[in-house]
Write a protein that binds this ligand. Structure first.
Ligand code: NAD
Length: 482
């Protein structure tokens, strides 16, 4: 059967959801551009996908990690060949800039290659035992069938880094991407098939909450790796708790840039512009707050405003555009409502009210916003608005800056700008965030470094890096008497 990327992939077959139910996926820059009507899966569809993954669980484990790693290398080569196709799909489906989409494809390839190498690094340890004539060692076994549930903001990178880690570890997979990013995920599933992945090892279930909940509820699912919002992550954790389901939760943030005395203001402004408005602010590690020392605030605010006002908003694929649309009309409305609430409660809006350029289609476009004097009760300071809005807060010295940064329930990423090495190192020790940057934006991650957070931002072993194997494998210890 020819693949149809609007369908589910279950075992060897691309097939529709139960009752042929579908949901429409449109281009966020132009809702008249319908990408497709994708399967809207039921609990039964999810159960069938899990059953298909169970069927090949043993054979995939027995294939061995070196062979599984070799398959990931082939997938990385194919991805490089198809980079243009993938980048175009990401722009159309998610709305980001073409250069951001290309960067996502490149990063996905790097993660694939790094994790491919795990096929030769899945080691245990040899250990001493109390009895001198006993030899002890540990080894890893695959976790089993895993559910992978992903968001829409990195429609390729996040499905790739979860799937690649699961596959090299020897797990079989049921992937449920976001209903706002089904197409890129389907292209990714096809990529793994073309790289030689046996049928049933990777199953794709399109759909929304019902399909996600059903995957979590399946007793044959040994672990769920989830990336998305805090409320959904907590719901998954609670649903799995009665059977001690292993979960890996990569959740939201409200990330701060600290601009301390003596900081290079131009570099700090550059970092805030890219961190807050790259991908229209829709990155888990996006900058939401700038905490500036009182002595620098009067210089920073106009400099930042000048840069942000000049950003050109438009379709991600068009040349000369600096910021694409947000994902849905509802997301745009949420950003607008948060800004209006802050404004009516005393915030000063430095930019964001300018008109959009004429001639844009009826997409989810929004001007980037800079605010100051944001009230403590604002969702901009307490929650995750996930759009192109940044709040500038003034701190009276480094200690207060750190206290403000740590005052949110999240702890994903943070950045500090200071020329003083000792200040920088002291600050990163005290910041409650998993990914820390000194004189760099809050965004940016590498395949070999853990993608990690603290507090409500993350739970379980991190993604990327060798440490991800702690999620997708179980350790065994063996004692041998000789
Ligand atoms: P979301 O939580 O709304 O949805 C994520 C996924 O969960 C989707 O596939 C959705 O269909 C599914 N889902 C929804 N309800 C479910 C349920 N009850 N049970 C099981 N699955 C369910 O998030 P989103 O809007 O797609 O993505 C944006 C969020 O993702 C932001 O909060 C962002 O910070 C976060 N994010 C985090 C990271 C990270 O690494 N920490 C990376 C990217 C995005």
């Amino acid at each position: 059967m020819e693949p149809d990327h609007c369908l589910n992939l279950i075992g060897a077959e691309w097939r529709p959801a139960e009752g042929k139910r579908t949901s429409r996926n449109v281009n966020p820059a132009d809702p008249a551009d319908v990408i497709g009507s994708f399967a809207d899966s039921s609990a039964n569809d999810a159960a069938e996908a899990v059953a298909a993954a169970v069927t090949v669980r043993d054979s995939w484990r027995e294939a061995g990690s070196v062979a599984r790693g070799a398959l990931l290398f082939r997938a990385a080569e194919l991805l490089a060949e198809r980079a243009t196709e993938f980048a175009a799909a990401i722009v159309r489906e998610q709305g980001k800039l073409l250069r951001e989409a290309h960067a996502e494809v490149v990063r996905s390839g790097e993660v694939l290659r790094f994790l491919a190498g795990e096929g030769r690094r899945l080691t245990g340890v040899a250990a001493p035992a109390d009895d001198a004539r006993t030899f002890a060692y540990t080894f890893r076994v695959p976790l089993g069938v895993v559910g992978l549930i992903t968001p829409w903001n990195f429609p390729l990178a996040i499905p790739v880094w979860k799937t690649a880690a699961a596959l090299v570890a020897g797990c079989t997979v049921v992937l449920k991407p976001s209903p706002l990013a089904p197409w890129t995920a389907a292209l990714m599933a096809q990529l793994f098939l073309d790289a030689g992945l046996p049928s049933g090892v990777l199953n794709l279930v399109q759909g929304g909450r019902a399909a996600g909940e059903a995957i979590v509820a399946q007793p044959d699912v040994a672990g769920v790796s989830f990336t998305g919002s805090v409320p959904v992550g907590l719901a998954i954790q609670q649903a799995g708790a009665p059977r001690l389901l292993r979960t890996q939760l990569e959740l939201g943030g409200n990330n701060a840039v600290l601009v301390l005395p003596g900081a290079d203001l131009e570099a700090a402004v550059d970092a805030v512009v890219s961190g807050a408005f790259g991908q229209a602010g829709q990155r888990c590690s996006a900058t939401s707050r700038v905490i500036v020392d009182a002595g620098l605030a009067d210089a920073l605010l106009p400099a930042l405003t000048a840069r942000v006002s000049a950003l050109r908003v438009g379709r991600g694929g068009d040349p000369g555009v600096d910021m694409g649309p947000v994902i849905t009309a509802a997301a745009r409305q949420r950003c607008r409502a948060a800004v209006e609430h802050a404004r009516t409660h005393g915030a000063q809006v430095w930019c964001g009210d300018e008109p959009l350029p004429p001639g844009l289609p009826d997409g989810n476009f929004l001007r980037p916003v800079v605010l100051s004097k944001v009230p403590q009760t604002s969702e901009l300071l307490t929650g995750e608005v996930f759009g192109p809005v940044v709040s500038v807060l003034v701190a009276d010295g480094p200690d207060e800056a750190i206290a403000i940064a740590n005052s949110v329930p999240y702890g994903l990423s943070a950045a500090v700008f200071t020329p003083e090495t000792s200040h920088a190192l002291d600050t990163v020790q005290r910041l409650q965030a998993g990914m820390l940057h000194i004189n760099r934006p809050t965004v940016g991650a590498y395949a070999h470094l853990p993608h990690i957070g603290t507090k409500l931002s993350q739970f379980g072993p991190p993604e990327c890096s060798t440490e991800v194997m702690d999620f997708f494998t179980e350790l065994r210890s063996v004692c041998v008497k000789y």
